[in-house]
Ligand binder design. Structure first.
Ligand code: FES
Ligand SMILES: [Fe+2]
Length: 409
């Protein structure tokens, strides 16, 4: 089923490429400039989107072994991810149940966590196992003071967590089958080569840049090149969107020589996996995934965006994951070169532009921004962001249950 869907998308891209056409949105869409600059809306987005929807918090390969943990702060919520003995993923509120001190910082490997304030100890599964000087503290029921758990979902080599312990939204419903398609990347067996965090502009300004190819040959003329094709077709699965270039051809990366493949001459079975996952895969509200080949090895850049401290800032962690760890010094260097190149593209071109754009929008003198018929990704993204911010908790569950019903029809 997943492969069928991937093949159908590829056939769509090939047909449009052969005909020199693309799919258009119905109309040009206007988004109020205040959607990027209003501090009250920004606070609401953190609450209604980031603290309520499932977020892709880490690639599985960042925490491969039992005991591996990572502490994060997302929109003011301290999160502790911890790989369990049975290989499943645990997601906990990173707060000691004594008086709330964060239990862990950074990342590492631990089978238990001892609080640095008064010394209470918790197992990696969140159980409270030791109250320091229990005879002096007084009687409490340890079973009632385990770490608070968040809903967690791991599939396709990616980990999602909902930062609301009481959430009724099923994470699989929310993903609308998209995680099954993402399996085609085969991240489950991949490794993490490197990661870094970049500062950026308003989170939606930053995310817009992952949702169109229109800007590629202009803003990225010095890096990707002025010949880069600027058309994309969009495939939506609920709020999650893949964008890819309509083209009859694809490049086969095979060691030394890159060869051009005519996809229209290939049967469905012959279409290689790397062709089926071409383009940019975004996961609402904050992830973008794209394939690269550092030193002839399959790799992908997973960009994870979060709102910053104020409406004009965000931060993005770039994970460079690879099918195989590069071995020779030349391969390692080639992978670093690829990853460093992507830092320059995003930091000095996309985000530098986004910051200038944000400052200008803050003048308040332009009321609306435009998304063309060729920029359907931005249209769909802003539509969903607005809709989900406004939805009540009950409506949220109903929206994704309806998406599931629709997909099943
Ligand atoms: S806050 Fe953790 S032991 Fe006191
Ligand atoms: Fe860009």
């Amino acid at each position: 089923m997943s492969r069928e869907t991937l093949v159908a998308m590829t056939r769509n891209l090939v047909a449009h490429g052969a005909a020199d056409t693309m799919e258009y949105a119905d109309d040009v869409v206007r988004v109020p400039a205040s959607a990027y600059t209003d501090p009250a809306l920004f606070e609401l987005e953190k609450k209604q989107i980031f603290r309520r929807l499932p977020l892709m918090v880490a690639p599985s390969c960042e925490l491969p072994n039992p005991g591996d943990f990572k502490a994060m702060d997302i929109c003011g919520v301290p999160l502790l991810l911890s790989r369990q003995k049975d290989g499943s993923m645990g997601a906990f509120l990173n707060m000691c149940t004594h008086r709330g001190n964060p239990l862990a910082a950074g990342c590492g490997n631990a089978s238990r966590f001892t609080c640095g304030y008064h010394g209470w100890t918790f197992k990696a599964d969140g159980d409270l196992i030791g109250v320091a000087d229990a005879q002096d503290f007084g009687k409490i029921d340890k079973a009632k003071h385990c770490l608070t758990q968040f809903p967690v979902h791991e599939n396709a080599g990616l980990i999602w967590v909902t930062l609301d312990p009481a959430s009724k939204l099923d994470i699989a419903d929310y993903l609308c089958g998209y995680d099954e398609l993402l399996k085609a990347f085969e991240f489950e067996g991949w490794t993490l080569f490197a990661q870094r965090t970049l500062e950026g502009p308003n989170w939606k300004t930053a995310y817009d840049g992952y949702l169109d190819f229109y800007h590629l040959p202009v803003l990225h003329k010095d890096t990707f090149g002025a010949d880069f094709y600027n058309r994309a077709n969009y495939f939506a699965f609920g709020p999650h969107q893949r964008l890819s270039t309509p083209s009859r051809f694809a490049i086969k990366v095979s060691g030394e020589d890159d060869q051009q493949m005519d996809l229209s001459a290939m049967s469905d079975e012959e279409l290689p996996q790397e062709v089926l996952v071409q383009g940019v895969w975004t996961i609402f509200p904050h992830i973008s995934i794209a394939s690269f080949y550092g030193g002839g090895q399959r790799g992908a850049l997973i960009s994870q965006l979060f709102p910053g401290a104020d409406v004009g800032t965000s931060y993005t962690t770039q994970f460079y994951v690879m099918e195989n760890q590069p071995e020779t010094p030349e391969q390692v260097q080639a992978a670093h070169d690829q990853f460093n190149f992507l830092e320059i593209v995003v930091r000095d071109e996309d985000y530098a532009t986004g910051k200038r754009q944000h400052e200008a929008l803050q003048s308040g003198l332009m009321k609306e921004v435009l998304f063309g018929r060729n920029e359907k990704g931005g249209q769909v993204f802003h539509g969903w962001a607005e809709r989900l911010v406004a939805a009540s908790d009950e409506e949220l569950v109903e929206i994704f249950a309806a998406e599931q019903r629709q997909a099943a029809e």
